[in-house]
Design a protein around this ligand. Structure first.
Ligand code: DX5
Ligand code: ZN
Length: 218
């Protein structure tokens, strides 16, 4: 399977969002990565449901929605209605993670679970077969443009082994500090999907960087 590329609109031009959505539509990207921040779970506030609904009207690719919010179970239905195809919640934000995963799938979406840099992958041992995507944070969530945390490579290797040993079909997605150099090593370690924000949107040729990330594994 080729690498999945999910550009994060957090670094897009919000005054001309339709232009950036169109660029992603026309590019080789696979998903749209949408970062929802509540100012409580993470020290930043991004955008919310009305923006997601508007993006949905124009996007021709699945919406990969990353909830960096407390009590995400309260918003599962709302994000489904807004157009999320993959809904990812944080392990650290869920007291009853198993229930929340079932809730996401019952609503008709793919279920993702994200781990902060300090959270060991083995904590997912008993739910790994229920999860469609594990989103490993390779920066502390909250902001774009931070530098890649090296330990993520070891986490990818450990997670890959957990998935194989559990006979699961879970995808490994990485979020934060992804560029050609870190992307190449993540692919070699076993990543299936790469999120890229500043590396795509701060580039003079965003579509070209998306293409370059796709070429890391064809
Ligand atoms: C950070 C977000 C990321 C962010 C990544 O909390 O989850 O998706 O947009 O940005 P870059 O690719 O610039 O590190
Ligand atoms: Zn994200």
């Amino acid at each position: 399977m080729s690498i999945i590329v999910s550009p994060s609109l957090l670094s897009a031009d919000f005054l001309h969002l339709s232009k950036d959505i169109e660029m992603v539509n026309q590019s080789q990207a696979d998903w749209f990565h949408l970062d929802i921040m509540d100012g409580v779970f993470v020290p930043n506030i991004s955008y919310g449901l009305p923006v997601v609904s508007q993006i949905k009207k124009m996007a021709t690719k699945p919406l990969d929605v990353h909830l960096m919010i407390v009590q995400p179970e309260r918003y599962v239905e709302a994000f489904h209605k807004a157009g999320a195809d993959i809904l990812t919640v944080h392990y650290e934000a869920c007291t009853h993670l198993h229930r929340t995963i079932q809730q996401i799938k019952a609503a008709g979406m793919k279920a993702g679970v994200s781990l902060n840099p300090h959270t060991p992958v083995m904590l997912l041992e008993d739910v790994i077969r229920d999860i469609d995507v594990v989103l490993l944070m390779s920066v502390n969530p909250g902001f774009g443009g931070q530098s890649f945390i090296e330990q993520t490579i070891n986490k990818v290797i450990k997670l890959k082994k957990l998935i194989t040993d559990s006979n699961a079909n879970t995808l490994i997605e990485i979020d934060g500090g992804v560029n050609f150099e870190t992307g190449k090593r993540l692919v070699e370690a076993g990543a299936d999907a790469l999120v890229a924000g500043s590396f795509v949107f701060n580039s003079p040729d965003p579509a070209e960087n998306i293409k370059g990330l796709k070429e890391l594994k064809m």
